[in-house]
Write a protein that binds this ligand. Structure first.
Ligand code: NI
Length: 163
């Protein structure tokens, strides 16, 4: 079941947040050959994920792959988050993480620190910059002694990615 009539879907919210508003392109039709069983599963996923039609589902899949593909090209600008969990009682972990962040302050847009319990801290850094540098700082932070778990999640800055 889709959203009620008049309600905002995620797509509309995204378009509203995306400034300056990109001129909407007209759609180009192209044909693709698929085994019928694959097409059946695609249509099932399209329904399960509440897309209005398979073109919208396929367009999102293409965009997701483009974002992933661009991560491997160091000069492209990406945005993302680095999530870290660590025990702040462990020797020097906090200083090490702070030092690394200060060394790359131009990449870090925002930081959120949550004291999970007496020992554990959760830090979420919002990062933006060239893919290779983001990957490097994420690797350094995640590998720092005392970090229990870390993860880089990469997304797009939204530029050059048509809706
Ligand atoms: Ni804390």
């Amino acid at each position: 079941m889709g959203p009620p009539k008049g309600a905002l879907t995620g797509r509309e919210v995204f378009l509203r947040c995306d400034r300056p508003v990109m001129k909407r392109e007209s759609a180009t039709r192209f044909s693709v050959s698929l085994p019928p069983s694959l097409l059946k599963q695609l249509d099932q996923m399209t329904r399960e994920k509440s897309y209005d039609n398979r073109s919208l589902a396929i367009a999102d899949m293409i965009r997701a792959h483009l974002v992933e593909h661009r991560q491997s090209f160091g000069e492209d600008e990406i945005a993302g988050t680095i999530t870290l969990v660590y025990d702040h009682h462990k020797m020097h972990v906090q200083e090490t993480l702070t030092d690394i962040q200060h060394d790359h302050h131009d990449l870090i847009v925002s930081a959120l620190h949550v004291h999970l319990d007496h020992h554990n801290c959760l830090e979420v850094l919002v990062v933006r910059g060239k893919a290779a540098r983001i990957k490097k700082i994420a690797d350094e932070l995640i590998a720092a002694k005392g970090v229990k778990h870390g993860k880089l999640t990469v997304t797009t800055t939204g530029k050059d990615l048509p809706t």
